[in-house]
Write a protein that binds this ligand. Structure first.
Ligand code: PFF
Length: 460
């Protein structure tokens, strides 16, 4: 019960620490691995535009809503709804979040395992002299090979569990504050190299010139899912982190800073990847392997590339870790606070059971093709349902809760720290969470699932 009251509850140490921790959660494989590959599969420019629109209109407000719920309740996502709306069904929203934590971590640790393998390969100079098709085969064969992806996945899960076990404050702030800016610098370096490749401009056109004929219900849903996934919203991660934010911090400006930083990194990752994709003649719709093929190609074109490659993959692993930590923390906070488990037991139980699901996810990429439904393997199913269904659904209930269940005064008190801060956008925020976000999410949902035909509908 130690975490139940305000006084004993662990807080992030400083304002920059709060931003660092939330940005650490947001910035991860979603930006560098998922954004380029999903943008590539969904036509580039038009997707980017819709994605940015969703970040501003829905994403940042959902993030602020999660902070409000978390800091006000001082609880994990299930407990938060329980104390803010006693004797109602609202805690179910928290349970959707717990379910999403399982599905996200299962496939995310598969990909994080790939980054560990790529770190290892860059250290032993395993890419040297390989051309495009060799790198394509390398990725394809590795991901489907079963044994070593499984080991790396377990290693990654173990690292996550160790840090979560130590507790969020020491575990997260310290690393993120220094390492995320370093990641930014390396990505900018990659952008420069990529942009100076012959034929680079075609990649920029692909990424930035919207081709509106490519928009359909499915593209819009994918953009919504990607914006939620990238910002770490919709499953209570930022409710949990919000509960560790001090009562003096400015929730609105934190949400805005984190959203800007996250979007910037995603766009820069796109600027690093797409010019190279076109320069090297890789298909932009190559799928989850896109960056694992393209990045080693770019590094091979840089003097001293191996050195930067090692640094890059170290930082990518850390960026992934600061994200997986935040997801596992949701489950651990739930188990410790709601079920009174010790932190140790909760961490072992949560990471152990997620690891089992994760193993099947990795095996579905190769050795166990029978783990698939309608042409999608377990990895694809978990990835798509997490991002495109669980997170937007959670986000919908979160904005409805803040917009309609909490009173206007409660919300304004929380975002203004009981009127100590002057918050200019408060009515805009209330309008968004009451009307714009719920309506937009519902329409995108119905349309993307093919139930409503404003943009032509589409499959998942
Ligand atoms: N936002 C993370 C990324 O972009 O890699 C992934 C993620 C973390 C999604 C936490 C959801 C979440 F709750």
């Amino acid at each position: 019960m130690a975490n139940f009251d305000n006084l004993s509850r662990e807080n992030f140490g400083s304002r920059i620490g709060v931003i660092a921790a939330a940005a650490g959660s947001a910035i991860g494989l979603g930006n560098i691995w998922r954004f380029p590959y999903v943008a590539g599969e969904n036509g580039g420019g038009a997707f980017l535009l819709i994605y940015i629109g969703f970040i501003i209109l829905i994403g940042a407000p959902v993030m602020l809503s999660e902070f409000v719920i978390g800091r006000k309740s001082q609880r994990n996502p299930v407990g938060a709804f329980r104390v803010l709306a006693p004797k109602t069904k609202w805690p179910l929203v928290g349970y959707i979040g717990i379910a999403a934590a399982f599905t996200i971590l299962a496939f995310y640790t598969t990909v994080a395992g790939w980054t560990l393998e790529y770190l290892y390969l860059s250290i032993v100079n395993g890419f040297s002299g390989q051309n495009k098709s060799e790198l394509q085969n390398l990725f394809g064969e590795f991901a489907a090979s079963g044994y070593s992806p499984l080991i790396w996945q377990l290693v990654f899960m173990l690292l996550t569990a160790l840090i979560v076990f130590k507790g969020v404050k020491d575990g997260i702030e310290k690393y993120t504050k220094i390492l995320m800016p370093l990641l930014l610098i390396i990505i900018i370096g990659l952008c420069i190299r990529s942009l100076t490749l012959p034929g680079a401009s075609e990649g920029l056109i692909f990424l930035f010139k919207p081709d509106f004929s490519k928009i359909n219900g499915n593209v819009v849903l994918q953009a919504l899912g990607q914006s939620f996934f990238s910002l770490s919203i919709g499953m209570g991660t930022l409710i949990t982190y919000g509960s560790y934010i001090s009562k003096k911090d400015n929730l609105g400006s934190t949400a805005v800073s984190v959203s800007i930083a996250d979007t910037l990194i995603a766009i820069l990752a796109g600027v690093a990847i797409f010019p190279a994709v076109f320069a090297f003649g890789i298909a932009p719709e190559a799928g989850p392997g896109l960056v694992f093929i393209t990045l080693p190609m770019i590094f091979s074109q840089i003097t001293g590339g191996q050195f930067f490659e090692i640094i890059f993959f170290i930082l990518l692993v850390i960026a992934a870790l600061t994200s997986t930590i935040s997801v596992l923390e949701v489950v651990v906070a739930y188990l410790t606070e709601e079920l009174n488990m010790s932190r140790k037991k909760a961490t072992i139980l949560a990471s152990g059971s997620i690891a089992v699901l994760g193993l099947f996810c990795t095996l579905s990429m190769g050795p166990m093709p029978e783990l698939s439904i309608a042409g999608m393997n377990l990895f694809d199913i978990l990835e798509k349902t997490s991002a495109n269904i669980f997170l937007p659904l959670g986000g919908l209930f979160i904005v409805l809760f803040v917009g309609w269940k909490l009173s206007k005064e409660q919300v304004i008190d929380e975002i203004s720290n009981n009127n100590l801060l002057k918050v200019r956008f408060k009515y805009v925020f209330l309008f968004i969470v009451r009307f714009i976000a719920p309506i937009a999410i519902s329409l995108v949902f119905l349309n993307g699932l093919g139930l409503f035909n404003a943009f032509g509908g589409g499959d998942l």
